[in-house]
Design a protein around this ligand. Sequence first.
Ligand SMILES: Nc1nc2c(c(=O)[nH]1)N[C@H]1C(S)=C(S)[C@@H](COP(=O)(O)OP(=O)(O)OC[C@H]3O[C@@H](n4cnc5c(N)ncnc54)[C@H](O)[C@@H]3O)O[C@H]1N2
Ligand code: MOO
Ligand SMILES: [Mg+2]
Length: 447
Amino acid sequence: MCKKESPVDRKIERYKDRKIDSEVFHLVERRKPIAVSEAVTRVMKYIKEGRVEMVSIDECDGYYLAEEIKADHDVPPFDKSPYDGFAIRAEDTVSATREHPVTLEVIEEIGAGSVAFKSLKEGEAIRIMTGAQIPATADAVVQFELTREFKEAERDFIEIKRSFLAGDNVSKQGEDTTKGSKLVSKGAKITPGVKALLATFGYVKVPVFQKPKVGIFATGTELLDVGDELVPGKIRNSNAYMTAGQLKKAGAEPVYFGKLVDDFDQCYEAISNAIDQVDFLITTGGVSVGDYDYLPAIYEKLGAEVLFNKVGMRPGSVTTVAALGDKLLFGLSGNPSACYVGFELFVRPILLSSFSYDKPHLQKEKAVLDADFPKPNPFTRFVRSRVSIKEGRLHVIPTGLDKSGSVTSLSDANALILLPGGTRGFTTGMDVEVLLLDGEGSKWPWE
Ligand SMILES: Nc1nc2c(c(=O)[nH]1)N[C@H]1C(S)=C(S)[C@@H](COP(=O)(O)OP(=O)(O)OC[C@H]3O[C@@H](n4cnc5c(N)ncnc54)[C@H](O)[C@@H]3O)O[C@H]1N2
Ligand code: MOO
Ligand SMILES: [Mg+2]
């Protein structure tokens, strides 16, 4: 029976070329950190426009438009009444005053959705409701409140005590938009307001970018399922659920493949089988330099090109991205805060770019720091934080323990304070940069 390779044997084999003399192996791989902006740039070289599909208007919320929306007719499509009242000929009211009102005979009544049969002659009015098409021969509308109605010999009349001009109280055809106008760009997120336009212009089916399928594996022998009881040495897998939530929020479809124990062969097998089933693959954990951190060796065996494996940032310095052909494999850190930040900085922008969304990166703003942050920042630091508006200014405060292993600082965070590498000693009241987790995004927030 052949002996199973130990993690140390495996490292010796992997690093044998990095020998500095005949005796000494570097069992710890030395990684050279690159700047966050450079790392994001390397990922963004892999942008591919997403596939287009038609979805029912009932199901299109949260998708991104794959085509611009253009008005194919005027809105409103006809002159219409903005009030409940009477459609009149303005010229009939020229002499109307409080003392000498004019009297008009009401010859027909129309509600919204109906069109008048009769045409107005001098001295006549048509009772009209809000939204109804203005009769061809009318040119103004008088609200009920400005008239006095009366009956005489079984006929209906109104009295008007002031004059009106042609066009008064008429919502003109095309006043909202005219046929041919560009209204919403390709790549826009479908919001309730966009849906109103889709419905207005008859989109029973909406052309959208398909949600990319993004596979998730959580690696770690210590991981329990959510429903498992805690046992010594183990923790529940939170990253898979967090990442799935981030994917859904970014408009992608998470495909959770489950958790993997730290065993090279099992991880390699599962990962290589999953790649063809998804557009992107995320793994969490196992990317650092530990004995059971197998992702680097798995990328090597897959023949994937590692775009980077060390970024000058905290948390998430070990975030690794590899490309297998044109498919990206995101090796996010196992530490929950590092995993979260790695997703927001590297995964989210390429997903949004595949929808032609023009602000795929987190939105950068300035905020007033509401707490001291004395720690030094050897690397660019992303502090999980909460922004709020106080007296018209954006304020920010960290949401909890600032360690990459912290999970509790994430629940309340709606921003990341961005502290440049090489700085220290931020104090209450200072201006800092923040990246908004729920903002509309930015084209490029990096220097
Ligand atoms: N000698 C060194 N050690 C470490 C370095 C280093 O440069 N030299 N980097 C540290 C940094 S920075 C980070 S971040 C972590 C990254 O570790 P991995 O990405 O390899 O992740 P694991 O080792 O698998 O786990 C780390 C941590 O996260 C917990 N974890 C893992 N998966 C999950 C999950 N799905 N849900 C919740 N928590 C999870 C795991 O139990 C560990 O506590 O490495 C440092 N070490
Ligand atoms: O990758 Mo680690 O998160 O920098 O702490
Ligand atoms: Mg590790």
